[in-house]
Design a protein around this ligand. Sequence first.
Ligand code: PLP
Length: 403
Amino acid sequence: APNGRVINFGAGPSALPASVLQEATNGLLNFNGTGLGIAEISHRSKEFTGFLSSVESSIRKLLAVPTTHHILFTQGGGSAQFSAIVLNLLARHRLLHPNLADDERVMDYVLTGSWSKRAVEEAKRLGGGRVNIAADARKFSKDQKSFDNIPTHDSYAFSEDPALIYYCDNETVDGVQFSAEDSSPASFPFHLLKQNSLLPLVGDHSSSFMSRPIPHLADHAVVYAGAQKNIGPAGLTVLIVRQDCIVDVNAAAKLGAIPVPLTMAYKTLADSGSLYNTPPVLPIYITGLVLQHTLDQGGLSYFAALSERKAAKLYTAVKEGEAKGVLRGKVKEGSGSQMNVVFDVLEGGLKNFVAGAEAKGMKGVEGHRSVGGVRVSLYNAVTEEETDQVITYIREFVEQNSV
Ligand code: PLP
């Protein structure tokens, strides 16, 4: 590959399109003819603010974001949003229901993996409300403790009037993902939620953002995503926030809500056009270029079909390896992620699998340190040809090691 690049199956930061990175090097030296590099130019210059609006309109186009929702740019990653969603939505709930005690302010969490677990832990740590686990996937797992499935629709118990309802669309570590098809038993149970225009539904879409349309986007209070999987470098976090969730956090604090740090308050971001403080200019720039490229390639209908094809082929190869006793898929059929495909190596050795992949110019296939095994990530920048290459390698490995 040009510039000594290898195939990157890493889970994030992950592969970005080479043509875009090449283009970005020009912008690093001279951004849009200004004579200043993108990392050197004022975030308040008309050239940069114009670029920022174009990034916003790309997101609006790609995801068909309704006019009820703001698009905000911030920093701190998905992890900062684990805190921000709690603080902003508890403030909102306080303004709607000033007289409830803290333990009557319920936050519903759907627990499907390591990242939703982190979100739960942060909500508990912050206090100001009570966490209800609306569903815990571990209860339905093979060993009662693994995150290896998406619970079926009869497994959920949502609260009456929660301050927020959280789910994680794609669990990057565990390799499970909600289906985008309402008819699938592994879809998020939107039909079980009390349908009203104030539904406090929060979706962590960090690791599936821009790989396909977001199901029922208009019903969400907040959707968030760190950029560092499908769309750009780490450092930028994209928020899609419904108008009624942009609340006066100071007024809420006067009524007893937890004070919200200004940089975390959605209102600060919205009122300033995401320019309250210096934004991550370079990650925004690269993300803007990637999103333009995403549009040029055909938008999310193109990437949704591509992701489905890539993942289906890879799961088929893993199943073949399973039949031969060499590999073992880690997740229940139908719950598997299209972005992060995880499996164990039973014969031939994990180390040898990883080393063999590296020898063929394929990096980043090791599973997350907390769960081990193999994880092959198939984000948008991983082409179908590259997917075919890892599949060929897997088939060879299985042949060599079948017993
Ligand atoms: N949520 C999901 C689904 C993730 O995959 C990650 C990181 O990989 C996070 C949240 C945390 O994001 P960050 O590392 O940007 O804080």
